[in-house]
Design a protein around this ligand. Sequence first.
Ligand SMILES: Cc1cc2nc3c(=O)[nH]c(=O)nc-3n(C[C@H](O)[C@H](O)[C@H](O)COP(=O)(O)OP(=O)(O)OC[C@H]3O[C@@H](n4cnc5c(N)ncnc54)[C@H](O)[C@@H]3O)c2cc1C
Length: 410
Amino acid sequence: MYAMQKYDVIVIGAGPAGMMAAVMASERGKRVAIIEKNAVLGKKLLITGKGRCNITNKASIDSFLEKFGKRGQFYRTAFHSFFNTDLINFFKEHGLEMKAERQGRVFPITDDSHSVVGLLQKCLKDRKVEIFYNTTLLDLEKKDERFFAKCEKKTLNAKTVVLATGGDSFRVTGSTGDGYRVARKLGHTTTALLPGLVPLKTKERWVKDLQGLTLKNIRITFKSGKKKIVSGIGELLFTHFGVSGPLVLDLSAEIMSLKSTRIELYIDLKPGLDVEGLKNRLLKEFKGASDLGNALKKMLPRRLINVFADNLGLDLKQKVNQISRVDRRLIADSLKALSLSISGSLSLEEAMVTCGGVSQKEINPRTMESKIISGLYFAGEIIDGAAASGGYNLQQAFSTGYLAGESSAK
Ligand SMILES: Cc1cc2nc3c(=O)[nH]c(=O)nc-3n(C[C@H](O)[C@H](O)[C@H](O)COP(=O)(O)OP(=O)(O)OC[C@H]3O[C@@H](n4cnc5c(N)ncnc54)[C@H](O)[C@@H]3O)c2cc1C
């Protein structure tokens, strides 16, 4: 009954991790099938980098590992096996050049993710990988040294399986957490699934008045009580519910992983000056202005001025020569630490990545093979360990996909 559906390797999920795993396994002469629930390949890959696909980063391996925090070391072998230059060369050899932009972010020269997916599709076709579209894996069993991948209308069987079903966010792309359930059924542990790269909500409603305002080159610091959690310099965007923008998204995972419900965000609007320097700067601005409103125009974006003064209970019409030393100190302190209380984040569904997943402790980092079920491999976002934005997550998917594909074919 299964004669036509016997494979050496079955890959579940045609995201970047699954496609790379299938390319590698088939290149080693194996008969490979991919099971993909969507009608197309790489549905999430197509929307990455706002449709331009920030495929990797020029950073060193050590910087890459740092971006994954405590979960970084696990990826050392995967990155050594197939790193950013290997990925760039892989695409180049198949006819697609890459270019680097600010902060080392690498994109295809076409500025179009379709060219990335198109190239991978051609590689799979050339290597005769069989792709089962519109086919959802429902269950995976291992019997007599073979895996049985059960789908609605068919069951495929193979010697090894690569589980590359992605995370549990942006579900419309097909990543609905199915792989976690399958892995758990086979005896694996999954760590808490939390939103990563996600906008944060604030208790203060005044953010709504600033919706759409971007603050550039500011420092933000998250604290729980007096304890500093994390800090960084970059860009923050106000939204109707709170804060977003690259810097907030990057630091959000650390905030979401905390148990504390009392988290404050401090925005340093003038990171280049200390409080003393700022007080001097204020004195200078006060000399050339009639009232507080005019003085602040030189120091803050126009839209922020009203909110800033309201928060301090100051009148913008107040004459600068009537502003007390205490109020000047208050203004300087507030420019260094405009505070907001974090009340939560948008949902996992709205997060760009899922933090958490199949426990790294149960996967051999040298092969990506399960330590619990031999012949089962993991690749991509299904593994616990996501990074900041900048091309690191896609490189993780390609690197672990490469290693899992290669190991599964041995
Ligand atoms: C809006 C957005 C922008 C992003 N931009 C970037 C970026 O520019 N750079 C970057 O590095 N990262 C980016 N990311 C993160 C990146 O997209 C992911 O880290 C990456 O796609 C993970 O790859 P993956 O192959 O592990 O999983 P996925 O890409 O999620 O692929 C998993 C595949 O498995 C399939 N699948 C799931 N369950 C089943 C099942 N039961 N049966 C069959 N098939 C199944 C899904 O349909 C899907 O096609 C972005 C994410 C989002 C949401």
